[in-house]
Design a protein around this ligand. Structure first.
Ligand code: GLU
Length: 377
């Protein structure tokens, strides 16, 4: 049976990645404003349906480099691109804020580094902030924090960054808007018989080989980084689609069956995340809870400090911990919002007292239900 491509209207949380070559006219060093306005209208379609939208936007370096009189094209030294990004990111954020405001959306800028998505403690912080923005109805506009990201600690391409953001936020769809309409059986500029692959049920070695090393002038990511992104996304329950942004309303075009490549995931983001929490992580300690907390957890609630009776082990915020019932049996695992010292001070306490006890306003939950995998779940 041929797999069917999903309907855009069925997604609840969508990350849209926009490449520099679409957003910026590289010769003039200016934003393609008409194009961006049309894209913003597409994004508002999601919002109107009640879906949440996140944007990962490149373009800081491309916008900034001409302003500081660096060559408009060609590779830059790391410190030059950092300086260009410092100048360009301000303009980029402003353009997004204004363009989204015109379709009644509020933009919130988030600049991330590799550590924010890969280190668990910082990962929880980033997830929480972005989650709050979404809850408040704003559209996070995300880029890598290029001015502080050095070679060893940077993504360098927004394809993989977007995939990590999508999985971190349990998005069910990632759209990569690119200067090419999808994955071809061979790099199309080198091979005229190359065919567009409309659907990739699984990223195999054969699929990876098709990507070649294609690169466009402005964007760092060629097809290679897009395939890497597909691997990250589909392993964590996020579908991905690569589509051409070289037209107005590129997202509507996907819904209207424009050529594109879908990468399907067999999982869904929530189950994939719970599986990751439940299985892949090494627990650093345990939180012993009372019978009331066990019952609340089974009803799908978060673990509050009030239900905690004992802390064992030494752990940091964001570490995986075991949750044990009054008999000492493991009932699940979760990512803990406090380190073991703070957890010790909070155990048995009402969440309203957290600030008085710790001197700062931490999370009301010891382990949020999104960060919790119960045994048998
Ligand atoms: N973060 C870079 C920028 O804003 C872009 C990276 C990419 O093109 O993937 O210029």
């Amino acid at each position: 049976m041929a797999a069917v491509t999903p309907k855009l209207a069925s997604f609840r949380r969508v990350v849209v990645k926009v490449g520099s070559s679409l957003l910026i006219d590289s010769k003039a060093g200016t934003v393609n404003a008409d194009w961006l306005r049309a894209l913003a209208e597409d994004l508002s379609d999601f919002a109107k349906r009640g879906a949440s939208v996140l944007v990962v936007s490149s373009g800081a370096i491309a916008l900034g480099r001409t302003v500081v009189k660096l060559p408009a094209q060609g590779p830059l030294k790391l410190e030059e691109s950092q300086a260009a990004a410092a100048v360009g990111q301000i303009a980029l954020a402003r353009v997004w804020a204004e363009t989204l405001a015109a379709v009644n959306l509020t933009a919130g800028q988030i600049l991330l580094t590799l550590g924010d998505t890969e280190e668990r403690r910082r990962y929880l912080n980033a997830r929480e902030t972005i989650g709050k923005l979404l809850e408040l109805g704003a559209v996070p506009v995300i880029n890598e924090n290029d001015t502080v990201a050095t070679t060893e600690i940077r993504y360098g391409d927004n394809d993989r960054l977007a995939a990590r953001v999508a999985t971190m936020m349990s998005a069910d769809l990632l759209i990569l808007l690119s200067d090419i309409d999808g994955l071809y059986s061979a790099p199309p500029h080198k091979n005229s018989s190359a065919q567009l692959i409309p659907l990739v049920p699984r990223v195999t070695a054969e699929i990876e080989a098709m990507a070649g090393e294609a690169e466009s002038e402005l964007s760092r990511g060629g097809m290679r980084t897009k395939i890497e992104a597909a691997k990250i996304a589909t392993a964590a329950g996020t579908h991905m689609v690569i589509a051409s942004g070289r037209k107005l309303h590129p997202v509507r075009a996907i819904a209207e069956k424009a050529p594109c490549t879908w990468f399907l995931t067999p999982a869904n983001p929530v189950t994939a995340r719970k599986k990751w929490i439940g299985g892949a992580l090494e627990p650093k300690g345990a939180i012993h809870v009372d019978a009331g907390a066990v019952a609340a957890l089974r009803r799908g609630k978060s673990l509050l400090p009030a239900g905690v009776v004992k802390i064992s082990g030494a752990f940091a915020r964001g570490d995986a911990v075991l949750i044990r019932d009054p008999e000492g049996s493991e009932i699940g695992r979760g990512l803990v919002a406090y380190d073991s010292a703070d957890a010790e001070r909070l155990k048995g306490q009402n969440s309203e007292r957290i600030e008085a006890i710790l001197g700062y306003r931490g999370r009301s939950e010891m382990v949020h239900r999104d960060d919790l995998a119960l045994a048998g779940e």
